[in-house]
Design a protein around this ligand. Sequence first.
Ligand SMILES: [Zn+2]
Length: 305
Amino acid sequence: MRKVFGIDIGGTDIKLGIVDEKGVVLEGASIPTRGSEGIESAAVRVKEWLDGHGASAEGIDAAGVGCAGFIDAARGYLYVSPNLPVWENVELGRIFKGVLGMRVVIENDANCAAWGEYVLGAGMGKDPFICITLGTGIGGGIVIGGKIYHGWQGLAGELGHQTISSDGPECSCGRIGCLEAFANASSIVSRAAGMKHNGEEGVLTSAEVAAAALKGDRIAIDALAEAGRSLGVGLANIVHMLNPEVIAVGGGVAGAGDLILEPARESMKKRLIEQVLAEVKIVPTELGHRSTLLGAAMLALECFE
Ligand SMILES: [Zn+2]
């Protein structure tokens, strides 16, 4: 059975996996990104990890790399990554190909997650298929006609930066009114600021808000519902534009499940013009924290036969 190398580059860690063609991770690890040391250094440490897995790594001739940021996949080019400020305007694909000595495909991390879900998870057999990742940022990926849809410059699928209001809090991109600013992790945390959490002082995390909501904390439930209603506005826009059968929602914030998804579904349905559009299913992703890694690996299989 063929094996490929999956790489998921985040601001803090790089997840690595030797993955077979059925999507089984045979060996996996997480190493620090150390973004400030530069891309070559990261690529060399990735190669060292692979070299240390002799038998499992044998026969691997292709890798898929998922990375947060604005990426032109066709050129393997990273314009800018919010979590890796030093990695700006760089040929990510060429560097990894050179260091790893194999064929490499580069893709935005949310596009990888969408591809992983399309091939192995919640999007199997669904086309068009949309995947949204809720976390510190809100990412998106669009699969149409069995391919990731990239747009003219490779930047399609920035679903978190769709405008859902003519005003509102400032988004990480510097603009106002973006879905991300209304429904990301920090928006939920700031709405839940009045929540009691074991009487301790300190900054909450969105996971703590979700945990409190699951135990019935009213402020936490309301904070998630508010984010869900904003998400629903964004979902309605996507459905009107692309008429998908399924939209999968994943990422850390989506761990709250129906506490965020149900308000999102209700808010979306109120805004959809036709009953037929309201048949769209909003479901959780199925691959968990490995969706980007698996998607990157499956993309390498797809691109390099
Ligand atoms: Zn934005």
